[in-house]
Design a binder for this molecule. Structure first.
Ligand SMILES: NC(=O)c1ccc[n+]([C@@H]2O[C@H](COP(=O)([O-])OP(=O)(O)OC[C@H]3O[C@@H](n4cnc5c(N)ncnc54)[C@H](O)[C@@H]3O)[C@@H](O)[C@H]2O)c1
Length: 324
């Protein structure tokens, strides 16, 4: 019996893989571009399968050959690349997900966890978003994530798949590969920790609800292991720093730890326009249902805590994050 993580050597997947191995699980990582150096320390505990979500037999083989009983489906194109190439994102995020869901049905996989996104909200949300807020995404990425939320609910009702889903805000952490403007929080801390200047292409008063990567990993893990009877809402917001403060508040937290950090702002009109489309003033990402139903509790709840751990990770394990 094994647990499969698609996108298993990505930003969130690789941390999750380490946690599952520590729990004694047999873990299979499925990824189109596996980063083997990130699993060097757990090589005996994981099997790595190079494969493409868009090729259905490759997905089927990974599940059939490894007696998979649970899936974390993290493999995806993220928001920026999906906006730039919606055609490829359709194949990866929608067709690819359908392949994983169908393989899960055919091979009777029990549990299926999927990370959706704050990007599934959109038009007319107001400052606070709850699990009851109407989801009307305006990005290709957000529309795809919402479709999978609904598809998962269908598989749950029709075929009894134990589908569970959480919605992340922007996840902050070292070593992100998609260097996109919405990820300014990660880049601001990372550059400061590496002694490099950072010029933000968004304004200093922008606000993005966020979650530290260690909390993001713990959230998806906790949701997976929650007893079945606890899961009522099925798709849950999860939040870390909430209400989120503006970029300049993060800058102040970084400068408390690294006073010589060089951070500046030169708002780019295209980046600002995408930001406005994506967030529309959301400040509070209400995760009450996750807290009530399966005991979700973030550890990193303010920028000082996030920045302190982040900087320590960059300084002590730069090679793990590919930052040397
Ligand atoms: N990072 C965030 O801020 C954030 C926010 C909301 C939701 N999410 C979701 O969390 C999940 C994990 O995101 P992440 O931040 O770890 O991203 P990531 O880009 O680091 O990891 C995604 C992984 O998927 C793999 N992948 C991409 N296309 C593939 C394909 N066709 N076949 C097989 N593998 C493929 C990539 O190689 C990569 O390792 C994704 O579903 C993402 O949409 C992330």
């Amino acid at each position: 019996m094994a647990i499969l993580i698609t996108g298993g050597t990505g930003f969130i997947g690789v941390g999750l893989a380490h946690k599952l191995v520590a729990r004694g699980e047999d873990v299979v990582l499925f990824d189109i571009a596996p980063r083997m150096e990130r699993v060097a320390d757990i090589r005996d505990g994981v099997k790595v399968v190079r494969g493409d979500l868009t090729i259905w037999p490759e997905v089927m083989n990974a599940i059939k050959d490894n007696n998979v009983t649970g899936i974390f489906h993290l493999g995806s194109m993220l928001s920026g690349p999906s906006e730039d190439n919606p055609w490829a994102a359709f194949q990866t995020n929608l067709t690819g997900t359908m392949h994983v869901l169908e393989a899960a049905r055919l091979f009777e996989v029990g549990r299926f966890v999927f990370p959706s996104s704050i990007g599934t909200f959109g038009l007319n949300t107001g400052q606070t978003v709850t699990d009851e807020t109407i989801q009307r995404p305006i990005t290709f990425y957000g529309a795809g994530k919402l479709y999978v939320e609904l598809l998962g609910r269908f598989y749950r009702r029709k075929f009894g798949l134990d589908f569970r889903c959480l919605r992340y805000p922007i996840v902050i952490g070292p070593g992100i590969k998609t260097r996109f403007s919405l990820h300014y929080s990660s880049l601001m801390i990372e550059y400061a920790a590496l002694g490099r200047p950072y010029e933000c292409t968004l304004a200093e008063d922008v606000v993005t609800p966020n979650l530290y990567v260690k909390d993001a990993i713990r959230a998806v893990e906790t949701l997976y292991y929650a007893p079945r009877e606890k899961i009522k809402t099925v798709c849950y917001n999860v939040s870390g720093v909430s209400p989120a403060g503006p970029a300049r508040e993060l800058e102040a937290a970084v400068k408390k730890l690294i006073p010589e950090a060089r951070i500046s702002y030169r708002p780019d009109p295209a980046d600002m326009a995408y930001f406005q489309e994506y967030f529309r003033g959301i400040r509070i990402f209400d995760d009450r249902r996750a807290r009530e139903e399966w005991g979700w509790q973030p550890h990193y709840t303010n920028y000082e805590k996030v920045a302190a751990d982040f900087i320590s990770e960059v300084k002590t394990r730069p090679e793990f994050y590919d930052l040397v």
